[in-house]
Write a protein that binds this ligand. Structure first.
Ligand code: SAH
Ligand code: DHB
Ligand code: MG
Length: 226
């Protein structure tokens, strides 16, 4: 280890990787900054994670994206740029305050034409999409309240199609995920969702641990085979 403090090393390397390969234009930088005005400052994905989301969207040619948890719209912008013109990102956000900030950021990023932020509990909004008979989504990013992840996964499976890809953020949370007896609802929500994924033969999945600016965490990548 170059430094005694792991977190500062992880952050230094993340900054290097982001500066070298990814970067943030003015709109993304402004979206990150305005995240400080939301109800949950500083928890948006990092730039290199945002690029990964965008690349996954582009790699599968997704044009319809569904997001659970908008915050300031930072991840939303990465995915909205990736779906291209004519694509659509529906992002579900509980807090009106966050949604208003996100809409301004999305506008500034020039992708307002393809983004819709729906305010309310994500489970109700997703159920309403289902009831309305919307066309299926190609890609879903689950990144809202972690305890509800199993429910969001169920809804996502009803709102996607074979070939769709689902990413779940924050599946490691500093190792909490292996704390079987945890009274932490968030860790239990992630464990239950991953167990559901494992039990579903229609799904192929992996999960990767990450370290970096946001500490020790990870994401799951799930593919619907049928
Ligand atoms: N995806 C964003 C970060 C989302 S943070 C990014 O990476 O840029 C999680 C968000 O989920 C917060 O904005 C929080 O308000 C929202 N949230 C929490 N509970 C929710 C619920 N029940 N329904 C919808 N959104 C919820
Ligand atoms: C938290 C939520 C997130 O989505 C995230 O990426 C990091 C932290 C949180 O609720 O603390
Ligand atoms: Mg997250």
């Amino acid at each position: 280890m170059r430094m005694s403090d792991s977190q500062s090393s992880w952050s230094e390397v993340d900054r290097y990787l982001i500066d070298t390969l990814v970067g943030e234009d003015e709109a993304l930088a402004a979206a990150r900054k305005s995240g400080q005005e939301t109800t949950a400052p500083g928890i948006e994905v990092t730039a290199n994670q945002g690029r990964l989301l965008g690349m996954l969207v582009e790699l599968i040619g997704a044009t319809r994206v569904l997001e659970f948890g908008t915050l300031a719209g930072y991840s939303t912008i990465w995915m909205a740029r990736a779906v291209g013109e004519g694509g659509v990102v529906i992002s579900l956000e509980l807090e009106g305050q966050n949604a208003a900030i996100a809409r301004a950021n999305v506008e500034r990023a020039g992708v307002a034409d393809r983004v819709e932020v729906i305010v309310g509990p994500a489970r109700d909004s997703a159920q309403a999409l289902l009831d309305a008979g919307v066309a299926p989504y190609d890609f879903a990013f689950i990144d809202a309240d972690k305890q509800s992840t199993p429910e969001y996964l169920r809804l996502v499976l009803a709102l996607t199609h074979p070939g769709s890809v689902i990413v779940i953020d924050n599946v490691v949370r500093g190792g909490d995920v292996v704390d079987v007896d945890s009274t932490n609802d968030q860790a239990q929500g992630i464990r239950a969702a991953l167990a559901d994924v494992a039990a579903d033969p229609a799904l192929e999945a992996t999960a990767l641990q990450t370290v970096g600016l946001k500490g020790w965490d990870g994401f799951a990548i799930i593919r619907r085979l049928r």
